[in-house]
Write a protein that binds this ligand. Structure first.
Ligand SMILES: [Cu+2]
Length: 341
């Protein structure tokens, strides 16, 4: 008998993750989700373990800001230069690691620094970025950055694969400002990306952007049975993580989302936000929004910065508007609260 992926997921107890939201809207106290057996009450059962990066921490971490202070200089150092720019140095390594993508469901990932997505790299336009990449994994890998760089720094051309046990230093100027991406560019490309080798690369404009609560969201998915079709969808790897732990925002305070699509095997992915509209800055390369919408579609590798401000307190759902993706894990909540000052 051939199992459909939905049947297969049901056997794992992770199908139709969407329904958990239904009983929780309306400002109820957040609790761990019940293991309900009602026909129309569906959701995650249990929580992922603590042995990996939490999706909540990933949202607001860049340049290893989530590392222990004593550990951070091992992975990230910044040195001011005479012209006012920075030299930013990173230590990135590829390593094979099993990661938990839903409670009890593990995926044999290839990772940058043991996490999926990899660490967010953030510079300001004109900075010098120097990345020492070590391949501690079992396959050849590279780091291919979007943005301006000479071909010898591309990490995609013939002979540029970094073999297991070897290293390479990527160095280039941060240009242009915007929301970019880095990923492995070893063939078969779709497999090396899909296995988890990707991360956000943010370049801020010299004058910065207006103050806002900022979040990095990477739309990704996992082909758990390697049939070139995804079984689990998420933003930031863990299915429905932000249903269990809603993203806290403040009424009246601007929010900025750095949204990236790295989903393989599906041509497009999308984000839809309930109860409000947002401004879109495609690829983040302009300070003027190109559209105002409530649903944004991104092709594989496409990015956009989204800005909005919550008007009302309470829970606001966000999810892929491909309903199938939403039901297989790509759904979360913002929880807006009123605060003084
Ligand atoms: Cu690779």
């Amino acid at each position: 008998m051939t199992l459909s992926r939905r049947t297969w997921l049901q056997s794992l107890g992770v199908s139709s993750l969407i329904g958990a939201a239904v009983g929780r809207l309306g400002g109820q106290t957040p609790q761990s989700l019940p293991a309900s057996h009602d026909n129309h009450s569906m959701g995650l059962v249990g929580r992922i373990g603590s042995g990996q990066m939490s999706p909540s921490r990933y949202l607001r971490a860049w340049n290893f800001s989530d590392a222990e202070p004593a550990q951070r200089p091992k992975y990230y150092r910044e040195t001011p230069r005479p012209d006012g720019t920075m030299l930013r140095e990173y230590e990135i390594f590829a390593v094979d690691k099993e990661i938990e993508i839903a409670p009890g469901l593990f995926f044999p990932a290839w990772t940058y620094n043991g996490q999926v997505p990899g660490p967010t790299i953030r510079a300001t336009e004109g900075d010098r970025v120097r990345i020492t990449f070590q391949n501690a994994g079992s396959h050849p890998h590279t780091m291919h950055f979007h943005g301006w760089h000479p071909p010898e720094m591309d990490g995609a051309l013939h002979g540029q694969e970094v073999q297991p046990g070897k290293s390479f230093v990527y160095e280039f100027n941060a240009d242009p400002f915007g929301l970019h991406l880095y990923h492995c560019h070893t063939v078969p490309l779709k497999r090396h990306i899909h296995k988890g080798l990707y991360g956000a690369f943010i370049i801020d404009p010299r004058g910065g952007r207006p103050p806002a609560d900022e979040f990095v969201m990477v739309m990704n998915a996992f082909d758990t049975n390697f049939d070139a079709d995804n079984e689990v969808y998420a933003v930031n790897t863990v299915a429905n993580a932000y249903m269990q732990d809603p993203i806290q925002v403040t009424v009246g305070r601007p929010v900025r989302i750095y949204l990236i699509n790295v989903t393989e095997f599906d041509l497009v992915n999308s984000l839809h936000l309930h109860g409000m509209f947002f401004d879109v800055f495609r690829t983040g390369t302009s300070m003027t929004p190109s559209e105002r919408t409530d649903t944004l579609m991104l092709c594989q590798g496409e990015r956009a910065i989204i800005e909005t401000t919550f008007r009302y307190p309470g829970d606001f759902m966000f999810h892929a508007h491909q309903s199938e993706f939403a039901e297989l894990g790509w759904m979360g909540l913002f929880r807006a609260v009123k605060r003084d000052s």
